[in-house]
Design a protein around this ligand. Structure first.
Ligand code: ZN
Length: 131
């Protein structure tokens, strides 16, 4: 089953875990047999980012996802546990390029600054898959 919004994989079995898009926020206390959770991703934005990245761009982010255990934006955790220094995301040049590209799309005209900052990595994850 594919998510109708982003075309991503629907996870969960509706018995032990709720049915949810792999990019959706799914509360931990949600009833497993309750409603399904869908992401808020825009399918057209995912499609155009997929094409814009090209196969080498998609490969680049899949490599990052492998290196950073599922994440495409590396998080610096230097002294995180020992000195309780907060973890913070590493701002890749590529991340800025992605946000700039997303800003150029007609579908993102109404997006807030926070929406670009918070959601762009989800769009990368959805767009880096090969169809
Ligand atoms: Zn989705």
């Amino acid at each position: 089953m594919k998510c109708p919004n982003c075309g991503g994989t629907m996870l969960g079995d509706g018995f032990r875990t709720p049915i949810h898009c792999e990019f959706a926020y799914c509360p931990i206390d949600a009833e497993p047999d309750g409603k399904a959770f869908y992401c808020g991703l825009d399918k057209e934005v995912v499609e155009s980012l997929h094409n814009w990245l090209g196969s080498s761009g998609r490969r680049f982010f899949r490599t990052l996802a492998k290196l950073y255990k599922g994440d495409v934006i590396p998080v610096l955790k230097l002294n995180y546990a020992r000195k309780h220094v907060p973890a913070h995301s590493v701002h890749l040049r590529e991340g800025m390029q992605i946000r700039n590209y997303l800003r150029s799309l007609p579908n993102t005209k109404g997006w807030s600054f926070d929406q670009f900052e918070n959601d762009y990595h989800l769009y990368i994850k959805a767009a880096m898959k090969e169809k």
